[in-house]
Ligand binder design. Structure first.
Ligand SMILES: NC(=O)c1ccc[n+]([C@@H]2O[C@H](COP(=O)([O-])OP(=O)(O)OC[C@H]3O[C@@H](n4cnc5c(N)ncnc54)[C@H](O)[C@@H]3O)[C@@H](O)[C@H]2O)c1
Ligand SMILES: O=C(O)C(=O)CC1(C(=O)O)C=CC(O)C=C1
Length: 370
């Protein structure tokens, strides 16, 4: 589909966390591409141009969208749908319109109504964060993340293939599926957890003492499970409204499990409570690191422990002296490593790279896991 003799041109509507991360990654891996964007906030586009990520700032309904080979809709889900009539009118023949929205059913239905099924490929990177905006976007957010792709029924196979290649070039892992499958899966694995996190935080707020002692002592457990409660209300309001049916179904199943858990507590059903925690532990432990979304392999360093007392303390001290923050640390007993190795997880890719260097400089053997 794309005319490869010309520079590939990609346009964005919305340049926040996800649009910004795709643009930054494209700039890194395809420096020759022409990138253009419209963003509601003028300061954002100015920043993106200054950084060399975006070449051309566009107005909201700019004629120059007609030059694009791909147009990425990167606003909240219903807002993306509202831009379809405009992009349909402006897109040149062969231009593929894609989106990054967390729900796919409604946009595919709108695409069908508008007669755009030959030019729309739904997309959804399963990576993100509770943060919003271009300033939180990175050129590595999508790395090792599944990127779900829901092609319109009339898109040519070669065109889907070219899009899959584009996604792969961003170091994401393409997964092609139907929009119905997509919306069922994401209702369970993403939309329900956001409702659980939001309601859990709201429950704590209403249960807390006047002195806010719960808030004061809230530790790792509460914070781990509620990070995503800080996500954008605008983005999540639209997701919940858009995936209403599937979300309502998974909420029903979840509420049944909560009612069951209350019954086990109320009736002191020790054996059943044990089973509940045992089965959740088994399933959770069976998940791969690579499915942890933004916790990328690059953020994890494995190193052999030197044979000395206080081995872990020595490593953490070296990292602390170099001002490298650790997210998590522990010994891993994996067949890949003969004796077991220290697994150190970092918040950022850069921290992992620096840690590898300083630990090597101190004589540690570093393992890269593929
Ligand atoms: N946040 C995540 O973790 C995540 C992950 C994958 C996909 N998504 C999806 O990506 C999309 C964008 O989310 P985000 O996290 O980047 O949000 P964000 O708030 O960081 O960015 C949203 C962008 O859309 C623009 N925008 C908002 N309303 C607009 C309007 N009415 N007209 C024009 N532009 C408008 C904003 O200016 C901003 O550039 C959403 O559809 C969301 O479902 C989010
Ligand atoms: O890691 C996070 O903060 C996210 O919420 C990312 C997350 C999710 O896993 O639910 C959020 C929305 C998406 O559409 C995809 C990914």
């Amino acid at each position: 589909m794309c005319d490869t003799s010309e520079k590939i041109c990609i346009g964005f509507i919305g340049l926040g966390l996800i649009g910004g991360s795709i643009a930054k990654t494209l700039r890194k891996v395809h420096p020759e591409y022409k990138l253009m964007a419209y963003c509601r906030t003028k300061a954002t586009i100015e920043e993106a141009i200054q950084e060399g990520v975006i070449d051309i700032a566009l107005e909201e309904r700019d004629d120059r969208f007609a030059d694009c080979d791909y147009i990425f809709l990167c606003a909240p889900v219903s807002t993306n749908i509202s831009y379809l009539p405009f992009v349909k009118g402006i897109a040149k023949p062969g231009c593929i319109i894609t989106d990054v929205g967390s729900v796919k059913g409604e946009i595919h239905q709108a695409v069908e109504t508008l007669g755009m099924t030959h030019q729309f490929i739904g997309g959804h990177p399963m990576a993100g964060s509770e943060k919003t905006g271009y300033s939180s976007a990175t050129d590595y957010l999508l790395e090792n993340a599944y990127y779900m792709i829901t092609p319109g029924p009339d898109v040519e196979i070669a065109t889907v293939s070219a899009f899959v290649d584009l996604v792969q070039s961003l170091k994401a892992i393409p997964m092609v599926l139907t929009y119905e499958e997509h919306d069922y899966i994401t209702a369970g694995v993403s939309h329900l957890p956001h409702i659980v996190a939001a309601t859990l935080v709201n429950a704590l707020a209403s249960l807390d003492t006047p002195e806010e002692q719960m808030k004061t002592v809230a530790a790792g457990g509460f914070k781990d499970i509620t990070r995503i409660a800080s996500s954008s209300p605008e983005v999540w309001q639209q997701i919940c409204l858009s995936n209403q049916k599937q979300l309502s179904n998974v909420l029903d199943s979840y509420i049944r499990l909560l009612v069951q858990a209350k019954y086990l507590v109320d009736n002191k059903k020790g054996h059943e409570l044990y089973n509940m925690f045992e089965s959740s532990r088994e399933y959770r432990n069976s998940m791969e690191d690579s499915s942890y979304g933004p916790t990328k392999k690059e953020y994890v360093v494995y190193c052999d422990l030197l044979d000395e007392a206080g081995g872990i303390a020595a490593v953490t001290t070296i990292l602390a002296i170099n001002q490298i923050s650790i997210k998590n640390i522990g010994i891993t007993h994996n067949r890949e490593f003969e004796e077991g190795a220290l697994r150190i997880e970092f918040y950022e890719e850069q921290a992992g790279i620096l840690a590898r260097k300083v630990l090597k400089d101190h004589g540690y053997t570093i393992h890269i896991r593929n």
